[in-house]
Write a protein that binds this ligand. Structure first.
Ligand code: HCA
Ligand code: CU
Length: 379
C-alpha cells in the first residue's frame, strides 16, 4: 500500500486541455500551474510541445516559474517528439504508445515487436541525452491490451533500465477496481519501477480505480481539476482527495486542502462550465443537510452524517429548514443562532406552520427568520 507516500500527477494542463471546452491561454496556464503548486501536487503534466507552437512556449514559461512541482510533458513514442520535449527543459517526460489491438490497428499501425524496437530506441535516446530526466513509459489502453502483449512490453521496458516509472492507463474507462488492483500488484511484484495509474471515468470507476491502484502499491496517480479530460474525463483531484481523506486524513495532510474550492471554481470558470451540484467536496449540495432527522443528529455531532469536515476545506455546512421535511431541532437551532428566546412548545408550533406552508412552497431563509423574530417579539 502506498497511501502514505504517493504523488499526484495533475494533468489539467494535458489531459484537461483535451476536455471539450478547455482552451487555456498562456496566462491561464500559469495561473493553473501556480494554483496546483500551492495546493501541493507533486507533478504537473503539460501538453506535448509538438501539439502547437504555443504549447511549446507554454511549457517553457511554466518551467521558468521554478515551482516546487516537477513539470512533465507528455509525448508520443518517437524521437522527434523526444527531441522537442528535451529541448523545453522539463523535469520529466511521459512517453505513451497504444498496446491494445484497437489502437495498434487504428492509432499507430505497429506490432508489439515494432513497439518494443521503437520504445528501446526512444527511451534509450532520452536517457542518454538527459541522464537525470524523470522518464515514464505508459501503455495506452492497458486494460484492453492482450495480457501477453502487455507483459512483454512492461517487462522489457523495465529490464532496459531507462525508465523510472511505468504507466497503466485505463484509456476508455472500462476497468473495475479488482482488475486495476491485480495488474498494479503484479507490476509492483515483477518490476522495481514506480507505477502510475491514469483512469478515465466513462463508467464511473475512476476514483475507485485510482484508490485500488494505490492499495496495490502504485506510487503516482493522475488527476485533473474537476476531472476534466477527453469525453467525461479522468479521476478528479477533489474526488481523489475525498476518497483518501475518508480512509485517513493524514494521507492528504500534505496538501493545502482549503485551496481546493478555489481550484475547482477557477477551472469551472475557465472552461465555462458549472461545478456539478454533486461534486465531491465543492458541489453546492455537498454539505447541505435537509431532513429533520439528519439535521437533529448533525447539530448534535456533525460526524453522524458527515465523513468529510467542511472546515478542513475552508467550507461550511448548511442546515436547510424551510421545507416539509424540516424538524423542530433545526428550527430551534436557527432561533438560538438569531439570539431569540422561544420555548419548545412555540418552536414546535412554528415548525408545524413551516411544514404546512412548505407543502405549498418551500420557505426562504429570510422568511423563516422573520417568522421567528415576529413570534419572539409577540410572545
Ligand atoms: C492520450 C491518452 C491517455 C494517455 C495516458 C498516459 C490515456 O490522450 O494520450 O499517458 O498514461 O488515457 O490513455 O490520456
Ligand atoms: Cu487519458
Amino acid at each position: 500500500m502506498s497511501f502514505e507516500q504517493f504523488s499526484i500527477i495533475d494533468s489539467t494542463l494535458r489531459e484537461g486541455e483535451q476536455f471539450s471546452t478547455a482552451t487555456f491561454t498562456t496566462d491561464q496556464k500559469l495561473r493553473i500551474a501556480h494554483a496546483l503548486d500551492e495546493f501541493g501536487v507533486e507533478m504537473i503534466e503539460m501538453t506535448s510541445p509538438c501539439a502547437s507552437p504555443q504549447s511549446e512556449a507554454d511549457i517553457r514559461a511554466v518551467v521558468r516559474q521554478n515551482l516546487n512541482a516537477r513539470i512533465l510533458t507528455h509525448i508520443r513514442c518517437n524521437r522527434d517528439d523526444a527531441v522537442k520535449a528535451l529541448d523545453t527543459g522539463v523535469h520529466g517526460i511521459d512517453v505513451v504508445i497504444g498496446t491494445s489491438p484497437q489502437l495498434m490497428q487504428h492509432s499507430h499501425g505497429r506490432s508489439i515487436d515494432q513497439i518494443l524496437d521503437l520504445a528501446y530506441d526512444v527511451l534509450g535516446f532520452i536517457r542518454a541525452q538527459k541522464p537525470d530526466v524523470i522518464l515514464r513509459f505508459s501503455t495506452e489502453d492497458s486494460f484492453r491490451s492482450r495480457e501477453a502483449d502487455l507483459w512483454r512490453v512492461y517487462l522489457a521496458v523495465s529490464s532496459w533500465g531507462f525508465a523510472n516509472r511505468l504507466g497503466v492507463a485505463d484509456t476508455v474507462g472500462v476497468a473495475l477496481p479488482t482488475r486495476v488492483y491485480e495488474l498494479v500488484r503484479q507490476l509492483v511484484r515483477l518490476t522495481n519501477l514506480d507505477i502510475e495509474f491514469h483512469g478515465h471515468n466513462d463508467s464511473g470507476c475512476a476514483i475507485a480505480n485510482a484508490c485500488a491502484a494505490l492499495e496495490a502499491g502504485a506510487t503516482h496517480i493522475d488527476t485533473t481539476v474537476l476531472g476534466i479530460g477527453e469525453r467525461n474525463g479522468i479521476t478528479p483531484l477533489g474526488g481523489l482527495i475525498a476518497r483518501l481523506y475518508t480512509l485517513d486524513k493524514r494521507y492528504v495532510a500534505k496538501y493545502n486542502l482549503s485551496l481546493l474550492p478555489q481550484l475547482d471554481a477557477m477551472i469551472a470558470e475557465m472552461c465555462d462550465i458549472e461545478i456539478p451540484f454533486n461534486n465531491y467536496i465543492t458541489g453546492s449540495s455537498a454539505f447541505i443537510h435537509k431532513a429533520g432527522i439528519h439535521a437533529k443528529a448533525v447539530l448534535a455531532d456533525p460526524a453522524t452524517y458527515e465523513i468529510l469536515n467542511p472546515d478542513d476545506f475552508g467550507l461550511s455546512r448548511h442546515i436547510a429548514i424551510g421545507h416539509r421535511l424540516t424538524g423542530w431541532n433545526a428550527v430551534r437551532n436557527r432561533a438560538v443562532a438569531l439570539g431569540l428566546v422561544l420555548d419548545d412548545d412555540t418552536i414546535r408550533h412554528i415548525t408545524q406552520h413551516i411544514k404546512a406552508r412548505a407543502d405549498e412552497n418551500p420557505m426562504q431563509p429570510h422568511e423563516i427568520d422573520s417568522l421567528l423574530i415576529e413570534t419572539a417579539v409577540t410572545s
